[in-house]
Design a protein around this ligand. Structure first.
Ligand code: HQG
Length: 178
């Protein structure tokens, strides 16, 4: 991705997931922002509607989605602000993965996986994706989540538009280090 597009993508992540008010933007209850308003309010990172649709199409993780009428945009997941993504419970595979840093493992073993600043704990279908998520934090630690046992214990899973698995919390008894 070009430098300019990376800057746009980062700005979109920041305002659509975390701090819309930083540019005076308001999201609706479902997390949607009006694209024209976003274009006019984003003064530090200048962008056009065309820039936005190019960044949304080319995004490696499909982080954003544009509404069918082309007027609205929202992040598919990763929010720290409260939005209702309208996610429906989905039956997960038997196992999912979570990539984290080795230094977090002692505390995770005691507390389980918590959602920290986000709305959900994020889990991946394959170890490769989990590894990419984990190395962002330091020395990689991959954890395997026993979803079968979690479902049996009444835990609920969701999957975002871009294939990230989401759940409220993963208690330590469902985690193993690999
Ligand atoms: C850790 C990126 C200590 C947790 C990625 C993680 C993902 C604990 C960190 C998405 C803990 C939170 C989310 C506990 C959890 N004790 N540490 N009890 N419970 N943690 O960034 O899952 O590029 O909020 O293991 O690709 O790393 O932004 O979550 O290391 O999909 O689109 O606390 O963000 O996507 O870190 O990443 P994060 P995450 P984007």
């Amino acid at each position: 991705m070009k430098n300019k597009d990376v800057r746009i993508s980062k700005l979109l992540s920041y305002v659509l997931r975390h701090k819309p008010e930083s540019i005076g933007l308001t999201l609706d209850a479902q997390g949607w922002a009006n694209i024209d308003e976003l274009v006019s309010k984003s003064s530090k990172v200048r962008m056009t509607r065309e820039d936005i649709s190019r960044v949304v199409r080319g995004n490696d993780k499909q982080r954003f989605i544009i509404s069918d009428d082309g007027n609205l945009i929202r992040a598919n997941q990763g929010h720290s602000i409260k939005v209702d993504l309208g996610l429906k419970p989905v039956s997960p595979p038997d196992s999912l993965f979570h990539g984290t840093a080795t230094r977090f493992w002692p505390s995770i073993q005691v507390e389980g996986l918590k959602k920290m600043n986000r709305q959900h704990v994020h889990l991946s279908e394959d170890e490769e994706t989990a590894a990419k998520v984990g190395v962002r934090h330091g020395k990689l630690q991959i954890l395997t989540v026993d979803c079968r046992a979690m479902v049996a214990a009444g835990h609920i899973f969701y999957v975002s538009e871009n294939g990230v698995w989401l759940t409220e919390t993963v208690p330590p008894q469902f985690l193993s280090a690999s």
